[in-house]
Design a protein around this ligand. Structure first.
Ligand code: SAM
Ligand code: SF4
Length: 330
């Protein structure tokens, strides 16, 4: 297997695998889920931890070195800490991180540290308690805020705070949220809304990076930060004398596809070459038919071969991806 690599037709080296371990969540963010109940995958339909670890191990042998665990909300899945400790002990992986809504962070931060996760991304779209309830459907702002600060005090670095800016929902707070990067070493990441699955967001709510930048210019000049080799798609900036950073993830206002180094494993065991395309390679069926590691590797290579040069959401105003974001993991 060692002479096979995950370099695609456009010469991108796909060394980053994002793994959604559940489609379930303890929040219902407006931009991610519909308010009404949507059918969830049964236990049997999602990959077991053993199956995920096997896929990751084969991926690591092919050159995957960076893993992000996501969901749904990864911390709601039973057995997650044992799984994370097995993952962080796996050979060949250099960077393992977690994306969480932080509802369960405060009570589990020691466990997260003890399984050797050092980097977390947290989603938080508002600093206002009432608005938090409006966006997520739940009243968990205080415990999330405490959890984030506890993580900071315990030395997690960087803590990235993901924000989806939406007109008439949280756009009045963008300056305050960006300002957190001055006071704390947080990396604030503004992510443009992506039309996926059924969410509760209409197109008049969309807010793109140029307008967000214009608004937060009130805080001072955005000084570009040099990109490093393993950087994601974010455009990175720093405000003068800030401890942290401000970043923009711009799937809609600017194609970042030429630098995309990602594959995604969904909770239901589908390997997706592109977040914004419904094309996927069915690894679960392979696993459950008793396949060999070489066949899983072939699944990876098929997905890599089919990775598109770029997604189509920019050119087609009405394009929408049918899969729910919570099953893929963002
Ligand atoms: N539950 C965890 C959380 O919220 O951090 C992890 C899963 S969530 C799907 C991963 C990321 O996707 C979050 O940062 C969230 O803000 C982002 N996200 C969800 N739906 C989105 C959408 N339609 N457009 C852009 N980002 C979205
Ligand atoms: Fe849950 Fe994360 Fe989606 Fe919000 S963004 S509903 S926290 S999966």
């Amino acid at each position: 297997m060692s002479n096979l690599t995950l370099v695609d037709r456009y010469d991108r080296n796909l060394n980053y695998l994002r793994v959604s371990i559940t489609d379930r969540c303890n929040l219902k963010c407006l931009y991610c889920m519909p308010r009404e109940l949507i059918p969830k995958l049964s236990h049997r339909e999602i990959l077991s931890y053993e199956e995920i670890l096997r896929v990751v191990k084969v991926g690591a042998a092919l050159g995957i070195s960076k893993i992000r665990i996501t969901g749904g909300e990864p911390l709601v899945r039973k057995g997650v800490y044992r799984f994370l400790s097995q993952l962080t002990r796996m050979e060949g992986l250099q960077d393992i991180s977690l994306t969480t809504n932080a509802v369960l962070l405060k009570d589990n931060i020691s466990k997260i540290r003890s399984v050797n996760i050092k980097r977390i991304n947290v989603s938080l779209d508002t600093l206002n308690k009432a608005k938090f309830k409006h966006i997520t459907g739940y009243d968990f702002f205080d415990q999330i805020w405490e959890g984030i600060h506890l993580a900071r005090k315990m030395g997690f670095y960087p803590i990235k705070i993901n924000v989806v800016p939406l007109k008439g929902i949280n756009d009045d707070e963008l300056v305050d949220i960006a300002g957190l990067s001055i006071k704390y070493p947080f990396h604030i990441r503004f992510i443009e809304y992506m039309p996926m699955g059924s969410s509760q967001i209409s197109s008049d709510r969309h807010l793109l990076a140029p307008e967000i930048k214009e608004r937060i210019h009130r805080l001072g000049k955005l000084i570009p930060v040099d990109r490093s080799l393993n950087d994601g798609p974010a455009e990175r900036f720093k405000l003068e004398s800030a401890q942290g950073e401000i970043g923009f993830i711009r799937p809609i206002s600017q194609h970042f596809c030429s630098t995309c180094n990602r594959l995604r494993l969904t909770a239901s065991g589908q390997l997706r070459p592109c977040l914004m395309s419904d094309d996927q390679e069915d690894l679960k069926s392979l696993l459950r038919q008793g396949c060999s590691d070489a066949e899983i590797a072939k699944g990876f290579l098929n997905a890599v071969r089919r990775k598109p040069s770029e997604h189509k959401l920019i050119d087609d105003d009405h394009a929408r991806i049918s899969s729910q974001m919570c099953a893929i993991g963002g």
